[in-house]
Design a protein around this ligand. Structure first.
Ligand SMILES: [Mg+2]
Length: 227
């Protein structure tokens, strides 16, 4: 049996969280750093939470290393703020997402994972709000672990191999996402990339990034993608 690693992005791919992350992140940043900078308006586009923080607070004199070291404190505040306000937002799973996750979970030759820009403490809150059990995804690489999304699939692959004791070659790694940064991150690990047009990215830019397969939404996955 050849094991395949299938790594889903969250926002714009599995679910739409209606802006709850943006607002909770802005609130937590104000709590801890006294400003939200441009977090309420900046184009997120698949950037990691650490990357967003580095960009935003970099403009206010904070150094990347300092922000990375303080990420634990930030994450805790961010999760607290998200828990406080999440009921005011509609977190909606995207078409076909639950169905394809359920299908892939039944396969013995597929290991499911999450590669997300979301921080580690807010990822389970958002997944649960969208009706996804975090335990369905045994491998995760979080957006609090690097400012550079390209690092995350590599981390996930390492974790998958440690978890299973099997070697998974890059041709058997699949990234499912909705942004140009997802395409780039998949290429950084040498994997395949399926793009869904359910996020907020410009469609022409997405096509120009050269994904292997483009789907209107995840209802087309089973028919169009052979893993
Ligand atoms: Mg996304």
């Amino acid at each position: 049996m050849t094991l395949k690693l299938v790594l889903f992005d969250i926002d714009g791919t599995l679910l739409n969280s209606g802006g709850v992350s943006r607002e909770s992140k802005a609130l937590a940043t104000e709590d801890l750093y006294g400003t939200a900078g441009n977090l309420r308006t900046v184009h997120i586009g698949g950037k990691t939470d650490l990357g967003l923080l580095t960009d935003t607070l970099g403009a206010h004199g904070y150094q990347p290393e300092q922000l990375k070291q303080a990420m634990g404190t930030f994450e805790a505040q961010y999760a607290k703020r998200m828990s406080e306000i999440i009921d005011d937002y509609t977190v909606q799973s995207l078409p076909g997402a639950h169905e394809i996750v359920a299908k892939l979970r039944q396969r013995e030759d597929v290991l499911l994972g999450i590669v997300t820009g979301n921080a580690s403490l807010t990822t389970p809150i958002k997944l649960r709000a969208g009706g996804f059990d975090p335990d369905w995804f045994p491998v995760v690489a979080y957006g609090s672990e690097s400012a550079n999304r390209n690092d995350l699939p590599k981390l996930a692959l390492k974790r998958a191999q440690a978890l299973t004791g099997l070697t998974i070659t890059p041709e058997h790694v699949w990234i499912i996402g909705d942004t140009v940064l997802d395409v780039e991150a998949a290429r950084a690990v040498g994997g395949n990339v399926v793009i869904v047009l359910t996020g907020f990215e410009d469609h022409e830019e997405l096509l120009a990034a050269g994904p292997d397969i483009v789907l209107n939404d995840l209802t087309e996955f089973e028919e169009r993608v052979t893993i």
